[in-house]
Structure formats: C-alpha cells, structure tokens
Design a protein around this ligand. Sequence first.
Ligand code: ADP
Ligand code: ZN
Ligand code: ZN
Length: 818
Amino acid sequence: MPEFCDVAVPVPLDMAFTYRIPPDATPVVGGRVLVPFRQQRMTGIVVELHDRQPSVTAKKVLSVLDAVPVLDEQLLRLGHWIADYYLAPLGEVFRTMLPLSAEFKRSIGYRITEDGQMALHLAGMSGSSARSRRSPEEQAAEFRVLDYVAGREPEPDGPVLVREETLRSATGVSRTLLEGMVRKKWLVREDVSAARDATRTMKVALLKSTEGKLNDNQRKLVDTLAASGGRVPVTTLQSLDVPRTTLATLIRRGLVEILDAPADFTVSRTKARPSLFEFDLNSAQQSALARARESVAARKFSGMLLHGITGSGKTAVYLAAMRSVLEAGRAAILLVPEIGLTPAVAADLHQIFGDEVAILHSALSDRERAEQWHRIKRGDARMVVGTRSAVFAPVADLALIIVDEEHDSSYKQEETPRYHARDIAVIRAKMANAVVVLGSATPSLESYFNAKKNKYALVELPDRVEQRPLPEVEIIDMRQEYQETGHEQVISRKLAVEIKDRLERKEQVMVLLNRRGYSPVVLCRTCGKKLECQNCAIALTHHKREHKMVCHYCGYTAPVPKACVHCGSEYVYFLGTGSEKLEELLHAMFPQARIARLDRDTVRGHEDFERTLNALNEGELDLLVGTQMIAKGHDIHGVTLVGVVGADVALGLPDFRAAERTFQLLTQVAGRAGRGQTPGKVVLQTYFQDHYAVQYAAHHDFIGFYEKELQFRSWMHYPPYSALANVLVRSDKLDDALRWSGTLGRWFDATRHEGVRVLGPAAAPITRLKRDYRYHFVLKSPSRERLNTTLRAMLAHATQQKIPRTQVIVDVDALWLM
Ligand code: ADP
Ligand code: ZN
Ligand code: ZN
C-alpha cells in the first residue's frame, strides 16, 4: 500500500489535501475516507494514492468508508472536468455528484422545552424585559428561534425535532446562540446522526370513517385525506389553509395516524392516460427514433438536437428510444426540468419500465436519494429519470442521455459548482461514447448554434400530432388600449370577450401573468420612496391573503404599511398587478367561473401542482391563472384559449438573454392552447408589440427569431459567439465589497489579458441581496481557454490579497447577470 493519499474535501479551496494512510487501512481512488480537517472530521474522496512525502506533516486518515469506489473512473474524470471548467473546488464538485451525505453526516436537532414555551409566551406578552443583560438583537433572535420551533407541527409524542441546519437557515442565528438557549434549558439538543432522519416526510393515514362530528377545518383535512385514497404526506396537509393544531387534534382523537413511511409519490389520480404505445408514432417521430437508435447502436459519441414544436410528441420519442436501450441491456438517463416530474409522469414511467426505473425527484429525503443511488449503482435500475443532478447517476454502460426542455433554466445550478446539466450531459456522453439527445420546442441559442455548426444533428418534428394546428395568436397593443379606454387595463377588452366566449362554450382558459403576489410595488406619493426589503435592494410585494409584504428574493416579510415608513405620510399606494390580484379580478369579471391559480404561493409540493392540473384535466375548472409554472409542458386537451398578461416585463431588464427568455416563455405558453380536438387561440397583451421576440413568437417563427438573435449576439460578442463569465464580489460590509472589487479592478487593468474583454467593476443590477452588497465584472472571450486562464489568475490574486474565496463568485456561462 502506498504511504499517502490525496483527498478532495468539500471546502471552498482549490486543492486536494495529503493524508497518511494508517497501516491497517486500504483506501481506493474514487472511494470515501473520513479525515480530520481543521477542527472537524470530514468525508472526502480519494483522488490519488502515492509515496511522495508532503512538505508539511500529513495527518492520518481516520477511517476508510468504501472498499470499492463510489465514483468510477469516468465520473471522477467528469468531476475533474467540472472543477476545471467552472473553477469550482474539486471537493465541492464531488459532494454535488454524490447524494450520500445522509450516510455519514453528523446531525444535530433541537426541541423546545416547557421552559422555552414559557419564555416564548412571556416575550409575546411583555416585549423585551428591561433587566435582561442580553442585547435587543439577541433577544429578538432567541424569540425567532422559539417562535419557529414552537410553530412547527408537533409530533404525536411531543414537540418536533428541528434540525440545526433547518433552524439556522430559517432564523439566521449562530450556533453559539443556540448553545446559549440550551444552557438556559429553553431547548434540548439531540444527536440524530444515525437515530432518525427528520427530513423524512411522514405520511398521514385516515383510520376511521368520520361522519358528522367534525368542525370545518377538521373536515377539510379529512376530506383531503379521503380524496387521496386515505394517505397523503404531512406536507400536503400543512399546505392547506387550516391551523396547525387541527392535525394534532385529529391524531389525539384517534381519527388519523402518522406513519413513518417514505415520501413516495402518492398514487396519481390522473385518469389512466392512453398508454404510450397505443398510438403509432407518426413518420416524423419514427424517423427521429430511427436516428437515435442508429446512433446508439454505433457505440460512439453523437449529439442530436430534437427541435419539435409544442405538441409534436417528443416524449413518445424519448420513451421509445429508452425502451430500446433497455432491451439491449444498456442504461439511459432522462433529465427533466424541476417542474416536469409530476406523479403522473412517474406513474407513466413505472408502467413502461417497471422496476427498471429509478426516479430522482426533488421531494426525496437524503436517505431516499441515497437508496435510489445504490439501486442504480448496483445495476438494479438502468433507466434513470430525474432533475439536474440525475446527470451524475452512477449507471454503468451508459448508452443514451436525453435532456427534455433543454433550454430550461432549472438545469443550471445557482450555487457552487455552478454547472449546467445540459452541458454536463454532453460531456458525460462524450466520455461514455454515448448518445445525447437535447429536446425542446424552443432550443437555447447555444444548442441551436451548435446544431448549425454540425456539432449536433438537427432533427425536426415540424407538426403537431394528428395534424392539429398551432394556435392563432392575436397581439393586443396595451399602449393603444390605454389611449382608447383612458386607464391602465389588466385584462384588455378583447381578452375579456374571448374569455367570456370560451366560458359560454364550456371550453377552458389559461391566463399567464409572470409575477406572483397581489401588488409588486408600494409607493409613497409624498416622498416618492418604495417600500424595500431590509436585506435586499428589492421592492417588497404585497400578498393580500397572507396580509404581508414579502421579499421574493430572501423571504423577508414585513407588515402591510398603513403609512410610509420613510416619511410617515398616509398616501401610500399599492401599484401593479400580480397573479393573486389577477385571480381576484377574474373572479369579479366572471363570477360563475371556477378559477384556480398556480404559482409558488399556491403550490408547495408536487401534490398541489398535480391536484390543480388534474382538476383542469377533468373539467372541474374553467380558468387557470398562473405564473410561468402554467407554461411548462402540460398537455391538457380542453384548453382552447391562452391569455398572456405582462409576460414581456423581462424585455425591459438589462440582460442580454431577455429576448430569448421572452420568446421561449411566449412560445411555450402559446403551446398550451389547442392540444385537443378544438383549435386554440392566444391573446397576447404587450407593451412591446414591435419587439422581434414578440413578433416571431406570435408567428411561430423559430428560425426567424434565432437568426435575428444570433445576429445580435454576434455583434455584441455575447454567447454563443463568446465564452462569458460573471464575477461577483459580495460582502455584507459595503466597505469590503467596494475595496475588494477595487482591488480586482486594478489587477484586471494592470495585467494583460489578450483576447479577454473585462467590463467592470460595476454595481450589480441588484445592488444588495440577502444582506450582501454586490459588485461585478463581466468577462467575455472568443477563447474559452483564455477566459479560464484569466479567471484562474484572478482567483489566485484574490487569495493573495486575502479576499475570502466564498466572497468572490465565479459564474462561468452565467445565465443571469443580475
Ligand atoms: P410535446 O412534448 O412535444 O409538446 P407530448 O410529447 O406531450 O408533446 O405529446 C402531445 C400529446 O400527443 C400527448 O398527449 C401524446 O400522448 C400524444 N401523442 C404523441 N404522439 C402521438 C401520435 N403519434 N399519435 C397520437 N397522439 C400522439
Ligand atoms: Zn413617504
Ligand atoms: Zn430580500
């Protein structure tokens, strides 16, 4: 056995650390070891075994966790590639690739005591006590902790255990403060490392039939339970609008029971859909499938961009291709966007692939994710379907990776490592000599450009299935509407008429407004100031039903103001419209219509989402209002009208991807209309009626849009014509943020970076976010290599100047420059 091993530890440092291998241990490259790091113990991945004596004394490996590698040679190589391309610390990359933290992570939880309950009660009555030696901030922080812990759903046998990470991220307090509260006996601390998994979602089961003897809230819970076949995850009940004590009461009365069952998808209540292979693939689908099969059989890398318009039947092609991979005894991965993996989809997948499918969705607990990972690793499940991180699934003999809706921004991870799963899919396919299929009705500029340059084969599904037409799109110029009616309209006269008409014909309508809440701005008419978040330079949004002002970026909430917080004036105005207000407006206009809303406020989990879509599917709803959530992928045949309200706000933002995003959103939402027998129509209200993104979307002219947008990108040296990175410097102290960005700015000026353009430092468009002040640089270069060399040198300089690594964020191929 070699004397030393190099270990990638999950810390923000761009290096591996050398440890001495104890005599009785046999670590393997790609396996995990437990090592001492600073004052802690950490799990890291062994990247090399060697006999080179390090310059400082090496500490000893504490224990070897794996006898065989958890990352095979290919995944290790992929990890190195990601670390290099995204300038991310290798240990953090590996941590992202392996969903196994649950297996060894030490975990601490807290419960509230009776003393704690009492302290909370007293604080609520008398405010802060004058005799206390604690600062008001400290008291407020303690109050937040008690309030949070006390507000959580109690367990049947006492107060709930809240994990330290959850508690600290919810309340923003330090570990020291929590320890102080334990000393005061307000909280008890428990080690839950192996004992239990508090993130495990529990299920609730209905025990008895409960006629008559319930109050309204209890009835609501019981009905929800009954409607879902007697069992639902606790979270579903918690998202209903009833007090948290209701469930506890029902448990006490022995009517329902909490089961410690894994959070699986509830069995979908969707009417059995026609089975996937009941229809014959049409000729375009068949030829796409044949292309994919041939490429797979060739056993070498190739890429395919499947550009299929909305409703052209891409899913059937994906699944048929996967099935033939399975029949050949090989493996495939299907990536879907965050919102795409509904229980209905899961049901379809089980029907087609049986036990051979592993589904990795975001509702899994750490432990369940680890279980799925082991099933895949053992080769028990060779068909993997999942969101972003499923691209790292440990399958052997990978033949095919499919990225559905490849343009979707949920494929980009917005924390370190900031990878894009679509791009990783391509790299992984290359390493595995596999085939990658990127599918979309609105491909990203990057992928379309690659296809044009023959890096990928471009395969089109140019028509909707069964010759259904694309919807007719009518543009309403809202400036003209304003002139003609004399006031700002939310619903134009034309859209109102069209909605009324559909409702009379018993057809269904969707209305998109891509902004949640009631009103997005509260403005003082006296001093002209807006009500902003305490932590961010962002206006707070009024949420009427919750009676709160909410920051959509950090979650901060404040009471609804009666007077201006800046000058005390009573002339505060609530301006603009969000989806909550739109729903209210539509209720007032169409009192008979059954209306529901889909946005992040009404959807807490997959079940809510699924429930609403089912209701629409089964004709229990007439009208669905929502944010971009309603635009994605759904296949509901009764919808014949789509109204688009304020989907073009993005066009006013300082972001070079604004036109692309708007085009994609408009095209996708228009694609929801007319998917059944009756042709659809779209009424598109806009303030930018001449903008090419709006015009091309209205004419379903994909090629036209791409050509125009590519032209623009090429003139401005933006991707795909150059590689781009956003470098963000942040600190909760303004002085540090300014000083550090100045330091880096001077370094950029003083050093030559041939072929790299550096813009900045400039205040980021969102100048303050989650308490951090933010400055940024944008770097562009036709050469990826030069760009990364410059970034690497910049990071080295930052380290030398003692700028903490976590305060300089390098975002390669950034999707947002905000
Ligand atoms: P896309 O993802 O391209 O928008 P879907 O894959 O959701 O489209 O398919 C749209 C609908 O058409 C689905 O209900 C699907 O079952 C159905 N479908 C797919 N292929 C065919 C076909 N060849 N004949 C009839 N219906 C089909
Ligand atoms: Zn004011
Ligand atoms: Zn905020």
